[in-house]
Design a protein around this ligand. Structure first.
Ligand code: CAA
Length: 260
């Protein structure tokens, strides 16, 4: 696929998708979401990609939400397709069997916050801002905000943000557990890549099983969830990397992982 609204690159096992519609503060129209779906699918299916980073171009916005000018004249039927496209894409990112890092470099409003919520880890620049302002334009979040936000920051805080449409800055986002780290803007991407490299060097199958157990155990009863965890953990014993990890530990040396 030819990409017009994102920049997609892969280097040393780290894929980076950069939202690139600076004139609209990287707002997501259907074309951009389709490009994200396509690039994320490529990352999922490419064994050479170990970790994915999502970020925005420029220093002002990660993603300023779904594209309001495109949504303005949508019918309910059009809007349902647009929301479903977002859900398909974000669920793919959330359940991708490799880590996904959001490097949030500015405004992450509405759909921008929602994209970051589907990622495993969120790093924010000091100038990042978060919020679900849909209510201010007569909507509610449509790409998972009403579901993922309460799961990550708790029901009360999520309701405060969604019902008021208010924005919070990066330090408040850190305080309430919405982001994992706050970094100076000029270090955001480098630190995200450094973390991505660290993860890329770890046993890939164990990373996949960890994500699977967290994602698919979350909504199960504790009995079923711990059963799922036991099975995921046991499957790691079928890999060379597990043998190497334990052997290296006992031999007091660094492990050499081969990704099998
Ligand atoms: N959609 C379309 N265009 C957008 C946009 C959006 N979400 N956000 C910003 N833009 C455009 C502006 O229209 C403007 O374009 P022009 O230069 O052609 O006028 C350009 O980006 C720059 O924006 P501003 O002049 O507004 O910049 P600012 O610095 O004054 O304000 C901002 C920045 C606070 C992010 C403001 O642009 C803003 O409030 N944007 C909308 C945020 C929003 O409501 N997002 C939620 C969208 S709905 C949604 O996401 C639904 C869902 O859950 C799926």
């Amino acid at each position: 696929m030819d990409y017009h609204n994102i920049i997609f690159g892969i280097e040393d096992g780290i894929a980076t998708i950069t939202f690139n519609r600076p004139k609209a503060l990287n707002a997501m129209n259907a074309e951009t979401m389709t490009e994200l779906l396509c690039a994320a699918t490529a990352c999922k299916n490419d064994a050479a990609v170990k970790v994915l980073i999502l970020t925005g171009s420029g220093d002002k916005a990660f993603v300023a939400g779904a594209d309001i000018s495109q949504m303005q004249n949508m019918t309910a039927v059009d809007a349902l397709s647009f929301m479903e496209l977002g859900h398909e894409t974000l669920r793919l990112i959330e359940t991708m069997p490799k880590p996904v890092i959001a490097a949030i470099n500015g405004f992450a409003l509405g759909g921008g916050t929602e994209i970051s919520l589907a990622c495993d880890v969120r790093f924010a620049s000091e100038n990042a801002a978060f919020g679900q302002p849909e209510i201010l334009i007569g909507l509610i979040p449509g790409w998972g905000g009403t579901q993922r936000l309460p799961r990550i920051i708790g029901m009360g805080r999520a309701k405060e943000l969604i019902l008021s449409g208010g924005q919070i800055n990066a330090s408040r986002a850190y305080e309430i557990g919405l982001v994992n780290r706050v970094l100076p803007a000029d270090q955001l991407l480098a630190e995200s890549k450094k973390f991505a490299k660290k993860l890329a060097a770890l046993p890939g199958f164990a990373l996949k099983m960890a994500k699977h157990s967290i994602n698919f155990g979350y909504d199960l009863s504790l009995d079923n969830a711990t059963r799922l965890e036991a099975e995921c953990c046991a499957q790691c014993f079928s890999t060379d990397d597990q043998k190497e990890g334990m052997k290296a530990f006992l031999e007091k040396r660094k492990p050499v992982y081969i990704g099998r």
